[in-house]
Design a protein around this ligand. Structure first.
Ligand code: GLU
Length: 519
């Protein structure tokens, strides 16, 4: 057993046969949190023994997902470490020497049965309602007979000699005591006929040789654990502690899968979810601090995480909650960080540079926003992107949007009218506020009033509109509503006077005039 003083060493051991999924990422995260919490070591090991299904694309995708989530590993691919190589296909010499050790000690044996013969044993067991296990002659083959077959180059596997009686027990940190009857456990294969190790064999050899102290993984592996414990004992390795994480279900109560929507971490990365929010949400899939608190920074997770608080009950993947947590994390970012993220996204989607330039002439407006310094007239923009006018305009746009932004992915649609003329028009809003007989004259008058105004700052654009309404003896709303639809295409927008300032004089006048000519 692991003694108290030993450095914690945990690992995430994905098979590169597909995407990094929510379940795998949760396993990686819990290992990561446990390592960070205990001052331990987090190892990444790639289990690519299934050559037919392992791909480079998947391997790279998993690493990309881990990096995006900020789950940095202390040992593993790209990082190195004393226990490498960290890719199983590069460790076959070790598996073979350990398998040899077991066969030399009589704890494993060579099996020359054909696939057909094995199939027959299965059918027979099924018919007689017995546990499926190897019942062929090779278990009792003596060393010289086996040696002779090997010398003839007959295809073979290496099987573990499972005791036929007794029980195997282990304790799981989360699930408690387990006991399996050896009778139910087969003489499972350690080395396949192609020379490759099986998962159960390679995982034990590697966990032991990588000095893993805690095996934290999904509970779909519980049924493998008794076989693995047998191997630890047979090989004379020190047993790690086991912690099997509860499964993750979709809303319909079945195991989370593609049917439940996006389960690949790449999906969330591409949709611009915040990695901190994703990590927060993944942490809640099976662990809770108390019954109430849901929002955690990475630091708080490291501080509060414990395996003792991981539930035995399955966790439910809930997209609405994920979105809520993402929105909360976005809200908490400072304006600079938000602007950087959105600027990057708008750049990629071709909204920046915009179709029209807006000169923000009034430094007073810029100063209203913390962290934004006005670009001095004539001076070259300093600090690259951040000093640029478009960055400043975007910061003001985001500031004006306040808490309307919930998901980054929604932002391009929400701000399109600040960058392009082909923004979406809400037909009902157009009908209701622009297609009325009195509107053209009012929009022309407003355009005319703005035409005469030199500086477009928040205060003066508001005064101009209110003075005009007073002069026309109408409520300011009679101008504000159609103006909003004319400029943004919709009935709801951030503060309309900020919208006017941030669209700039020329664009505001152009859109008001075009609204005036609609009917
Ligand atoms: N390669 C295994 C998987 O992806 C790892 C299981 C384990 O952590 O032991 O499921």
């Amino acid at each position: 057993m692991v003694s108290g003083k030993q450095t914690v060493r945990v690992r995430f051991a994905p098979s590169p046969t597909g995407h990094l999924h929510v379940g795998g990422a949760r396993t990686a995260l819990y290992n990561h949190l446990y390592a960070r919490k205990t001052g331990g070591v987090f190892v990444l090991r790639v289990e690519d023994t299934d050559a037919a299904r392992s791909t480079l694309e998947s391997y790279e995708g998993i690493l990309r997902g881990m990096r995006w989530l900020g789950l940095d590993w202390d040992e593993g691919p790209g990082v190195g470490g004393d226990c490498g190589p960290y890719v199983q296909s590069a460790r076959s010499v070790l598996y073979h020497s350990e398998a040899q050790r077991l066969t030399d000690e009589g704890k494993a044996y060579f099996c020359f049965c054909t696939a057909g013969e094995i199939e027959l044993m299965k059918l027979e067991a099924q018919e007689r309602k017995l546990p499926i296990r190897y019942t062929g002659p090779c278990r009792n083959l003596d060393a010289s007979a086996a040696g002779e077959k090997l010398a003839r180059g007959l295809p073979h596997v290496i099987r573990f000699r499972m005791p036929r009686q007794g029980q195997i027990r282990f304790r799981d940190i989360i699930r408690g005591e387990f006991s399996f009857s050896n009778e139910e456990l087969d003489d499972f294969v350690l080395i396949k006929s192609d020379g490759k190790p099986t998962y159960n064999f390679a995982v034990v050899v590697d966990d032991a040789h990588m000095k893993i102290t805690h095996v934290i993984r999904g509970d779909d592996h519980i049924s493998n654990t008794p076989r693995q414990v047998h191997l630890y004992l047979a090989l004379g390795y020190q047993l790690p502690k086991f912690a099997h994480l509860p499964m993750i279900l979709g809303k319909d109560g079945t195991r989370l899968s593609k049917r439940h929507g996006a389960t690949a971490i790449d999906f969330y990365r591409e949709k611009h979810y915040l990695p901190d929010a994703m990590v927060n949400y993944l942490a809640l899939l099976g662990w809770s601090y108390d019954d109430r608190r849901e929002l955690f920074s990475r630091k708080a997770l490291v501080q509060h995480f414990s395996l003792g608080k991981v539930s035995r009950k399955p966790a439910m993947f809930d997209m609405d909650k994920m979105e809520y947590i993402n929105a909360e994390h976005f809200k908490q970012l400072d304006l600079m960080k938000k602007t950087r993220l959105v600027h990057d996204m708008l750049g990629k989607q071709g909204l920046i540079p915009p179709d029209f330039e807006v000169d923000l002439t009034r430094p007073v407006d810029l100063k209203l926003v913390p962290g934004i310094e006005p670009v001095t007239e004539g001076a070259p923009p300093s600090g690259g992107m951040i000093g640029s006018r478009e960055f400043q305009r975007l910061a003001l746009i985001i500031n004006a949007m306040g808490n309307r932004i919930k998901l980054l992915k929604d932002v391009p649609d929400m701000v399109r009218y600040f960058y392009k003329d082909d923004f979406r028009r809400n037909e009902t809003a157009v009908k209701m506020h622009l297609m009325r007989p009195e509107v053209p004259a009012r929009m022309s008058a407003l355009a005319g009033a703005y035409e005469k105004q030199q500086f477009f700052d928040r205060e003066s654009v508001e005064n101009t509109l209110r003075d005009l309404a007073d002069g026309m003896d109408i409520e300011a709303g009679e101008l504000i509503h159609p103006c909003r639809v004319a400029l943004t295409g919709d009935r709801v927008s951030p503060d309309i006077f900020w919208v006017i300032v941030l669209l700039g004089k020329a664009k505001t006048i152009e859109r008001l005039r075009s609204a005036a000519s609609l009917n």
